[in-house]
Design a protein around this ligand. Structure first.
Ligand code: FAD
Length: 321
């Protein structure tokens, strides 16, 4: 049976997030000929309507209230709750981003909906939708399905192929009633200079305690720049003060699924693997041949990262730049 699917899309730094395109592609599959609707919150976001239509959105609920200019839990939860009540979708999808993680449980609780978070795969079996999500810090996967009611799920970025399909889009202005917002965002301060978003990066060069200092990250930054990637880190490197916690990947950091993950001077603790073991190709550079990271690596280089990384940068620069 066809379904009505609502995707809460996200705009960051003026750009539609890749995970929103991915969610629309999943939505089209789940709708099975039914309705694919998108929602965008924030003034000026109507500029992204055409792009949403390029990924199969047939309707866009556009809430351009000033109160939605930046994410606040109160304003966004009120807006999405009201929208879901009005649209009555069978399935609600959003990215498992910082916003999605914060917003989805609030809205699910208000509407008494079940919620499945951090999904890495979505399939259907007859009328049932099966969601796959990692458990035990990524050591195992579980498949879950709802027995009834509207389905709310957050999708892990970089796990679903965004498929283009142009549709005719109808835009509906949506004016939620927003009141009693308890937070005011005065300023958003960026901690990382890199323009590439870690959670959506296709290539990540990551450093661990083996980089030995903040300056030790410089060769990794150069490699990332040549490859058009982002720089990440282990908690060991963050705890040692070599880099910002915003770069931390792992169980208590960001979960990433890049095409290529280059781990430099990272031992491969289970808590780190929880954040990156789903990368498509893993390259490990470590001077200890017994380091556990080599057990999950597709390619391992046993050596000193301060010798190996500059050689890689030079080699890629010759080919790519
Ligand atoms: P180390 O384990 O010290 O490894 C450094 C590696 O660098 C070694 O393998 C060494 O051989 C290599 N090396 C040294 N010098 C060189 C060189 N010149 N060239 C090449 N290799 C070199 N960790 C995370 O990363 N992310 C998390 O989210 C996270 N969450 C945690 C949550 C909890 C509840 C707990 C208890 C721990 C968590 N940790 C997390 C910490 C985790 O257990 C490890 O302590 C941490 O990942 C180790 O970081 P590391 O690999 O950089 O450092």
């Amino acid at each position: 049976m066809s379904k009505k699917v609502l995707v809460l899309a996200e705009v960051k730094d003026g750009k539609l997030r890749q995970v929103s395109r991915e969610a629309l592609s999943v939505a089209r599959r789940l709708a099975a000929g039914g309705e694919v609707a998108a929602a965008l919150f924030g003034p000026g976001n109507g500029a992204h309507a055409e792009e949403l239509a390029g990924y199969g959105a047939q309707k866009l609920y556009l809430a351009e209230a000033e109160a939605l200019a930046v994410y606040t839990p109160d304003a966004y939860a009120q807006a999405l709750t009201q929208l879901v009540r009005e649209v009555q979708p069978d399935v609600i999808l959003t990215g498992h981003t910082a916003m999605g993680r914060d917003l989805a449980p609030r809205v699910a609780a208000r509407l008494q909906l079940g919620l499945i978070t951090d999904c890495t795969a979505v399939e259907t079996s007859g009328e049932t939708i099966l969601f796959t999500r990692p458990i035990y810090a990524g050591k195992a996967f579980q498949k879950k399905a709802f027995l009834e009611g509207p389905v709310f799920a957050t999708l892990r970025p970089n796990n679903f192929a965004p498929e283009e399909q142009r549709t005719v889009l109808d835009v509906f202005p949506f004016r939620p009633e927003i009141k009693d917002v308890r937070t005011i965002v005065r300023e958003v301060v960026r901690k990382t200079a890199s323009g590439v978003d870690l959670s959506e990066a296709k290539i990540i060069v990551s450093g661990g305690r083996g980089v030995k200092s903040a300056d030790g990250f410089q060769p990794l930054k150069e490699l990332a720049e040549v490859l058009g990637g982002a720089v990440g880190a282990s908690r060991g490197a963050c705890d040692a003060g070599y880099c910002e916690y915003a770069l931390q990947i792992g169980q208590t950091g960001k979960v990433v699924t890049p095409d290529l993950y280059i781990a430099c001077g990272i031992s491969g603790a289970i808590q780190h693997l929880a954040g990156m073991s789903n990368a498509k190709v893993i390259v490990a550079i470590n001077k200890d041949p017994e380091a556990p990271i080599f057990q999950v690596a597709d390619y391992g280089i046993v050596g000193d990262l301060f010798e190996v990384v500059p050689l890689l940068t030079e080699a890629f620069r010759r080919v790519l730049v």
